[in-house]
Every structure is written in structure tokens, then in C-alpha cells.
Design a binder for this molecule. Sequence first.
Ligand code: 6GU
Length: 246
Amino acid sequence: MRIDILCLFPETFVSPLNQSIVKRAREQGLADIVIHNIRDYTHDRHHTVDDYPYSGGPGMVLKPEPIFEAAEAVKQQIGVAEVPTILLTPQGRPFSQSVAQELALYPHLILICGHYEGFDERVCEYLATDEISIGDYVLSGGELAALVVVDAIVRLVPGVLGSEDSASSDSHSDGLLEYPQYTRPQVYRGWSVPSILLSGNHGEIAQWRRRQAILRTAKRRPELLEKGNICDEERKWILENSLNPK
Ligand code: 6GU
């Protein structure tokens, strides 16, 4: 998969894309991530990327020309006319694991990071095919949001994670939070690992984990349970146990 990122602060990406899983994915050729500076697509002496909003108001607005030209240069480079082109903006649709799964299916994405008060609306209307927000708070720019989106997508690309299992057992991939995990030592400062995990009974362990995931989700993120993914029997069990948690 190839992801082209258009931004004003390319330095932001250097360290995060050169560590851990994303770094390995790039080295293995599973993710080709290319950073472009929007400022390189200006033509005036001062490399102007923003301007005052028509009719006034606070802050500056990103000019359309360099953003359109940068995106068109990327499409020309790879020889594809239409590429999903995603604006990172607090006005976008909420990012989630299911949006990451959807985006991971594309061979190529263009991400555009804004700054200042935002984009000229013609970028949203005539260049972007999608707009994404990573949560209900305001960041100074789209760079950190793009990093979040890239990380979540890259780990879903087949072959990136060691065992294919580890992405599907993540929190949120089945709509539930993850069950509690333990490693050695068996007793730490007097706190023991639940004995079921030492029993070797794989059927009972699977059931314990499923129920722990459900219980934890009911307690911490009850709105996630309303979306389904659990059967009637489990629903009944939640009612009994989340009212009287052990
Ligand atoms: Cl995608 N951009 C900015 N600037 N702020 C945000 C955001 C994006 N998502 C949440 N807050």
C-alpha cells in the first residue's frame, strides 16, 4: 500500500514513521509512505500557502492552488487519475477501527493535513473525496491526526503484524474492548494471575476471556454494546453481572 501525505510540517513525520511496526512495514515494502511539503507547490517568492478569509474573521485559510497542485502531482507520479483523497479536519467523519479497516483495503491513499483556521472550501468540495476527524477536540494541525490514521491503517495491511491473529484480537476489532492479559510472574506482590488462565482448559479460558471483554465494555464503554456483536444469552449475563460485578 502507498500513502502520500501532503502537509506543511514534514519534520513531524520523521520519528514516528521510523519506529516499531510502521518502520518495519516500510522496510519490508508493505507500506510506502511519502511525505510532501505543500509549500513546494507554491510559485511566488514568499511561498505563500495561506491568506486572509474573505469577509474577515479570525485566522488564516489555506489557499487552494498549492494543495490542488500537490495532489495532482502525486496522481501523475503514480499514474492514477482517481485516488481516495482524505482531508484531516475536526469537521470530518469520526475515525474508528472500522474506518481504518475500510481504508486499509485501498492500494493508494492521499492524506492532506491542514493548519491554521482550515482549508478553502473548494479543497473540500472539489479535491477531497473524504474528510476524517480523530476525535472531538482541536489539534493545531492535521499532522498528528494523519500519523494516528496511518498507524491504525498500516498495522491492518496483511503481513505487517507477526501473526494474523493479533489484529483481530485487538480492542475494538470485534466491537468490544480487549480482555485482561497476564504474563509471568504468577504471583506479583501477592497479586495472583486468575487461576482459570493456568488451568489449560482452552474452552473455559475462551469463555472467560469473552465474558471479561463484555463485562469491561459494559462498564467502561456501554454505548459500544448497543451496536450488537453479542448474543441474547450474553446480554442476559451482562445484566446480571454488571449490576452485581464480582
Ligand atoms: Cl483531523 N485535525 C485537527 N486539526 N484537529 C483535529 C482533528 C484533525 N481531529 C480531531 N481534532
